[in-house]
Design a binder for this molecule. Structure first.
Ligand code: ZN
Length: 247
């Protein structure tokens, strides 16, 4: 392929812009905030599981407490009724009176037992509420940190994107100034050579593969006409002869 030496030099400018675009794209993908957000998301998911567990425990205990309250109330009502009967004077048979008194004593014991159980449920409920509170606070703190990280990430994105837009515009202008077949060759080589399609020959070294060319290859390059598009004999990238090719 043939191309004016000046076009070949400009190809290095195009390569420089493409390398900058690749660096910016890489920086965009590897912002430290992205890993931190991912880590936080995992923590938030785990904490959210704990929050659901704690919340379920609270509602279970609330239900249990309500049931315990109702049981106590039921037995207290029955005791009240017995006491009213006892005090009404309607029961006169000594045996009946005795059994009524026995029942009241038994109901008092039952009330005491139920109230103990009720107290236990209330203590458990308090603990469960405290645990739920703790998980909720942890979650809130992590959400706050995440919001800050997202803001920092978006700020970095905006700055990188602005820079990318500038470089891409400049890259487009350079590409349009070059012969189409040269750009096509460059793109083809670049796509299979790690993003580096054209490299300078400087001090006998290809700046693409960093290898020093042997004497025979260098002699051949020196003898080739200036408008011959050369390829590196080692890495086959487009080799642009600079003012100090070391030929
Ligand atoms: Zn090379």
């Amino acid at each position: 392929m043939k191309a004016e030496p000046s076009a070949q030099q400009t190809l290095l400018d195009l390569q420089a812009k493409d390398s900058t675009i690749a660096q910016l794209t890489h920086r965009r993908k590897s912002l430290p905030e992205l890993a931190q957000i991912a880590e936080l998301d995992a923590e938030i998911a785990a904490l959210d599981g704990k929050r659901i567990e704690a919340s379920t425990r609270v509602s279970d205990l609330e239900r249990e407490q309500k049931k315990a309250d109702q049981e106590v109330e039921l037995v207290k009502t029955r005791r009240q009724r017995n006491e009213e009967r006892l005090n009404s004077g309607a029961v006169t048979n000594p045996k009946d009176l005795e059994s009524l008194q026995h029942e009241i004593v038994a109901l008092d014991r039952r009330i005491a037992t139920l109230e103990d159980a009720e107290l236990e449920v209330m203590e458990s409920l308090e603990e469960a509420l405290a645990a739920l509170d703790m998980v909720a606070n942890d979650l809130q703190a992590r959400h706050q940190t995440r919001d800050q990280l997202v803001a920092a990430r978006d700020e970095a994105y905006a700055s990188i994107d602005a820079e990318l837009a500038d470089v891409q515009a400049a890259r487009g202008a350079i590409a349009r100034s070059l012969p189409e077949d040269l750009v096509a060759l460059y793109e083809k080589v670049r796509s299979t050579h790690g993003g580096l399609g054209a490299a300078a020959l400087r001090a006998r070294r290809c700046e693409g593969c960093r290898l020093e060319l042997n004497g025979a290859d260098l002699r051949e390059l020196a003898q080739a006409p200036d408008d011959d598009v050369q390829r590196c004999p080692e890495c086959s990238r487009i080799l642009v002869r600079t003012r100090e090719p070391g030929l």
